[in-house]
Design a binder for this molecule. Sequence first.
Ligand code: SF4
Length: 82
Amino acid sequence: METYKNVYSNGDVIVTYEPSRCIHAEACAKGLSSVFKTSVIPWIDLDGASTKKIISQVKKCPSGALACSTVRTKEFVKDFVI
Ligand code: SF4
């Protein structure tokens, strides 16, 4: 998994995180702790669960700090994260 500041991808999905919107409710860490960590950096590890589970958990973020989109090509990932 390649990791860039607040942008994460496993090749199938791109997850973004906006710290200023996070209300630290920890819904993500409690709901899918294998992906969303509270004490490890990088704190999002997209290798920790299936893409389907990751998308489902991101949609439960109460503040909108987490967002995601699916990836169509590796080139899109490269263009997106630079
Ligand atoms: S679920 Fe959203 S608001 Fe809650 S801690 Fe995670 S990123 Fe922040």
